[in-house]
Design a protein around this ligand. Structure first.
Ligand SMILES: C[S@@+](CC[C@H](N)C(=O)[O-])C[C@H]1O[C@@H](n2cnc3c(N)ncnc32)[C@H](O)[C@@H]1O
Length: 263
């Protein structure tokens, strides 16, 4: 796995996200359950409260089918979404209301090539569940810090957390809860006749082989680029909201993080 090239990671991401297309959010209820939806609302409101006006220029990298994109569009902002997958972008396009289209710009491209052809500055740059798909997420972060206007905000959302396991007992309980959560999820997907793409993500989830993303490494990177990290939030994402709630609040386990930084 460590011998994968940048081109292969891009190619695998194109391939798996083509398979995901309109079922993406149904296959990933961990992004839409009540626990995560509460975090989405709180985070989007927080980012909007840091912007000067209700119609700022926002850039979303790896926007997919519009999980965060549509939230910012709904709140009146102008937003550019970039994604490698024409299929994911096409699903997003179909969800945009007619009246909102003039504030929306969608681009099919990989984020590194887009940085070379777009020289605009943005008030906010957002990424959700993208960094772990990138071959070199650190260089992408550096590239885009430069595209942020002074006072602008950078949101990293819903990334797999790189962490150490400190308590074996807690880890076992975490695994048991995860097992129950996953079993119910599988039964639900069978009932809905939606295939699960688990074996497909081996190469596309490139950073998972290194255990995920370290938010404190990102904090250091942002520091070097002149951004101050305002908040790092860690929690346990699960397929169902109740499992996320139990894991985060009672088991105190974490597998996901959000980070907000300001220039
Ligand atoms: C896990 S999905 C997340 C989608 C969306 N941000 C969300 O949170 O629902 C990852 C997205 O990143 C896109 N992607 C992966 N590698 C990319 C790259 N190098 N450049 C642009 N988009 C990429 C995929 O096509 C996919 O839509």
């Amino acid at each position: 796995m460590a011998t994968l090239t940048r081109e292969k990671v891009l190619e695998e991401n194109k391939r798996v996200h083509k398979l995901e297309d309109q079922f993406y959010l149904e296959r990933h209820p961990e992004q839409t359950n009540f626990y995560q939806s509460r975090l989405v609302k709180k985070t989007v409101d927080h980012v909007c409260s840091l912007l000067d006006s209700p119609s700022e220029d926002i850039l979303e990298l790896g926007c997919g089918t519009g999980y965060l994109y549509l939230e910012f569009l709904k709140r009146g902002h102008k937003i550019t979404g970039v994604d490698l997958s024409a299929e994911m972008i096409s699903v997003l396009e179909s969800k945009i209301k007619k009246d909102d289209r003039k504030r929306s710009r969608l681009v099919v491209n990989d984020v590194e090539t887009f940085a070379e052809i777009d020289d605009k500055k943005y008030s906010a740059i957002i990424v959700s569940a993208l960094l772990h798909h990138l071959y070199d997420f650190e260089s992408v972060i550096k590239m885009y810090c430069d595209r942020l206007m002074p006072g602008g905000v950078f949101l990293i959302f819903f990334e797999p957390l790189k962490q150490n396991i400190n308590s074996v007992i807690r880890y076992r309980m975490h695994q048991t809860l995860a097992g129950i959560d996953e079993t119910i999820y599988r039964q639900k997907m069978i009932r809905k006749k939606i295939s699960i793409l688990e074996g497909e993500y081996h190469h596309a989830d490139y950073q998972r082989q290194f255990g995920g993303i370290d938010p404190y490494r990102l904090k250091d990177l942002f520091g070097v680029e002149g951004l101050k990290t305002l908040q790092i939030e860690k929690y346990c994402a699960r397929r169902f909201g109740l499992s996320s709630f139990l894991a985060t609040q009672f088991l105190k386990t974490q597998n996901t993080f959000n980070l907000l930084a300001k220039k």
